[in-house]
Ligand binder design. Structure first.
Ligand code: DGL
Length: 265
């Protein structure tokens, strides 16, 4: 038993979708969340820069006595997870592998689509892991950079997101893809419009949901699960907490106990 918090981080607010999934499936666990709102977006930055930012955040979470780290950001998971695991001793889980396992379970046509930021798609992290698990699966990837600002602005339905989705998702039209990984923290908010454009018979895999169940089994396996406690969620942001507070409700249904500013770099 271990009642220390789980540390979760993202480039900004989007990782709250991961916090929501974690808090719902692990109600005894407390979460310290860092949103690097001063340096968002990560999606278009270099690998070296993402590793540097991720390092600083994980060090801060370790200093705050976290027992485990979840990298909720797909871009940081793609570009910095191996580096983080080589540097820190505690368990550090990203969202790529859980998303891949869930997608492989879902596909019948052995054809998987991956959506993500430019950084995630250019790294080919999802595609490489899928091929490693099953080389017969074909992968079609598409960067969707405009989905992030649309989700942040709350433009999650109507003509504009639909037109953007039609443009990005046209790549899947003539394909056999029956499963698409939403490989970015913000894309679950656009699930309805993505579904509408891509067709209801295509399964959409939410990496954050898939990650929650892997976190649960790692906690159990390493005997780190919290017991007899009611989990709390405390958020720390590197820019002003005001805009984070006003947007947070779009990303979570759970209660957030506090939102504070923190200087990390
Ligand atoms: N959190 C990022 C991700 O999941 C999206 C936002 C950004 O570009 O920083 O890849």
């Amino acid at each position: 038993m271990d009642n220390r918090p789980i540390g979760v981080f993202d480039s900004g607010i989007g990782g709250l979708t991961g916090v929501d999934a974690l808090a719902k499936s692990l109600p005894n666990e407390s979460i310290l969340y860092v949103g690097d709102t001063a340096r968002v977006p990560y999606g278009n930055k270099s690998k070296a820069r993402i590793q540097e930012y991720s390092d600083e955040i994980v060090q801060w979470l370790v200093n705050e006595n976290c027992k485990m780290i979840v990298v909720a950001c797909n871009t940081a998971s793609s570009l910095a997870l191996t580096h983080l695991n080589s540097k820190f001793d505690l368990p550090i889980i990203g969202v790529i592998n859980p998303g891949v396992y869930a997608a492989i379970q879902a596909t019948k046509t052995l054809s998987i689509g991956v959506l993500g930021t430019r950084g995630t798609i250019n790294s080919a992290a999802y595609g490489k892991k899928i091929k490693l698990e099953n080389s017969r699966i074909s992968v079609i990837s598409q960067a969707c950079p405009l989905f992030v600002p649309l989700a942040e602005e709350g433009w999650i339905s109507g003509d504009v997101p639909k037109a953007v989705a039609e443009n990005y998702l046209a790549i899947f039209k003539e394909s056999n893809v029956d499963t698409v990984i939403l490989g970015c923290t913000h894309y679950p908010l656009l699930k309805t419009v993505i579904n509408e454009v891509i067709g209801g018979d295509v399964s959409l895999v939410d990496s954050s949901e898939a990650t929650a169940s892997i976190v649960q089994s790692v906690l159990k396996q390493k005997e780190l699960s919290a017991e007899g406690s009611v989990g709390e969620v405390h958020c720390f942001v590197t820019d002003s907490p005001d805009s984070f507070s006003s947007l947070a409700d779009r990303f979570v249904t759970i209660k957030i106990q506090s939102i504070s500013h923190v200087d990390i770099s």
